[in-house]
Design a protein around this ligand. Structure first.
Ligand SMILES: Nc1nc2c(ncn2[C@@H]2O[C@H](COP(=O)(O)OP(=O)(O)OP(=O)(O)O)[C@@H](O)[C@H]2O)c(=O)[nH]1
Ligand SMILES: [Mg+2]
Length: 391
């Protein structure tokens, strides 16, 4: 499956930069293309020049709204970010067309930090623009949710996240949710933390996108997850996770003395179970998987390890986890020792963290000031319907 990736604002730009790197890796290691083009859109010239892997020309590093932002961002005012993207929509559409990548892309992935200004505002506007100008093209948005401390220290955080989420849900075919806080490590610096998070965020897409592009029979699974399966799975609120197990565990599970081929098989099943557990533990947002209406898993392992029991165990674990979901699964024979699992849970009918933002943006008497921090938060009077949208 091939994606055209658009990163909006600083956060979106940096994650899209990781997608450009991912494609370099798939090309050099597997001779496959999974990303057709990466465009970083920003109102901040310094953010754009700080990227490493996105092509350096003004089409792929697209500056918008320089007159209004002075080239320094929009200072977390996401309505302004949305306005600027709307004003410059012709420029954005022309950049998209001029890459020539749209026709060979199965879908477009638009990425931004929901708490920021430029990306949070531009992501829904750009998603809508693609829907209008490139009819029929699937558009997926990736909304990165803020660290907890940002909620407590920045007045506009909750408002930006709530308005961005409401907008992208209305316009995109699916919204990947990523919770920065869930990936955060206390002991590392903010900058290193974000770099690590960005790497972790794109990793689950590697095997998932590669599998359908494979042409060599050695790497074509018994059941290939193709772009059709992925697109059928993606709908509404979506989370994803990835796990990898290389540890050999045969003896530890009391299998000493059994025949070697049987031990190897048991070992692979244990590896699969461990990788699945990690994928669930490391889902991009904490959620209750039983709310998923659709799910997808892909097992990547050397073909000799890809036995039927491994796949069957995986399928039944996911079935228990998300009993209401329509589940699609597949195998991808690749790699040496590891069993890797990519898990996608989609069409989630309830995500507590999303509800938290919608609830918190609506003011109740005396609540615009956060009692704990004393900060005056930007709030909306009324109910969910009164939360403004940016498109
Ligand atoms: N995971 C991750 N989150 C980031 C990164 N950069 C910023 N963020 C998060 O994104 C949010 C802020 O959005 P930014 O992308 O900085 O804002 P922007 O879109 O550039 O908008 P303005 O700077 O206001 O014009 C915060 O919640 C940050 O924690 C990054 O590289 N990775
Ligand atoms: Mg910025």
């Amino acid at each position: 499956m091939k994606l055209l990736v658009i990163g909006c604002g600083q956060c979106g730009g940096r994650i899209s930069d990781e997608f450009a790197k991912l494609n370099r890796r798939s090309r050099s290691d597997r001779n496959l293309d999974i990303v057709t083009s990466v465009i970083a859109v920003n109102t901040d010239v310094a953010d754009l020049s700080g990227l490493s892997n996105v092509k350096k020309d003004p089409v792929h590093r697209l500056m918008i709204g320089s007159e209004r932002s002075g080239g320094h961002g929009v200072g977390k005012i996401n309505e302004l970010g949305a306005d600027i993207a709307r004003d410059d929509s012709n420029k954005i559409a022309e950049a998209l067309s001029s890459t020539g990548a749209m026709t060979e892309s199965d879908a477009v992935l638009v990425i931004a930090g929901a708490a920021g200004g430029t990306g949070s505002g531009a992501m829904p506007v750009i998603s809508r623009l693609i829907k209008e100008r490139f009819p029929g093209k699937a558009v997926y948005d990736m909304a990165v949710l803020p660290f907890q401390h940002e909620e407590e220290t920045e007045a506009r955080t909750i408002f930006n996240v709530a308005t961005c989420l409401k907008s992208v849900y209305l316009v995109a075919d699916a919204v990947f949710l990523v919770d920065n806080q869930k990936y955060a490590k206390e002991e590392t610096s903010v900058r290193a933390n974000m770099g690590d998070i960005n790497i972790q965020v794109v990793e689950p897409f590697y095997n998932l996108l590669c599998a359908d592009e494979e042409r060599h029979p050695d790497h074509i699974g018994g059941k290939v997850i193709d772009s059709g399966d992925i697109m059928e799975t993606l709908s509404g609120w979506t989370v994803f996770g990835y796990g990898k197990s290389t540890k050999s565990g045969g003896r530890a599970f009391g299998l000493g003395g059994l025949r070697q081929d049987f031990k190897d098989k048991e070992d692979d099943i244990q590896k699969g179970a461990r990788a699945l557990k990690q994928a669930i533990d490391e889902l991009s947002v904490k959620c209750d998987p039983s709310y998923a209406q659709r799910a997808l898993y892909m097992v990547t392992a050397p073909s000799k390890a890809m036995n039927l029991s491994l796949i069957k165990d995986m399928a039944s674990s996911i079935q228990k986890l998300s009993p209401k979901a329509m589940i699609r699964g597949g195998d991808y024979p690749r790699g040496k020792n590891a069993v890797e699992v990519t898990l996608v849970l989609s069409e989630l009918s309830n995500v507590n963290l999303v509800k938290h933002y919608f609830d918190r943006v609506i003011s109740r008497p005396g609540e615009t000031r956060n009692k704990g921090t004393g900060i005056y938060e930007v709030k909306v009077h009324g109910s969910f319907e009164d939360i403004p949208i940016l498109i």
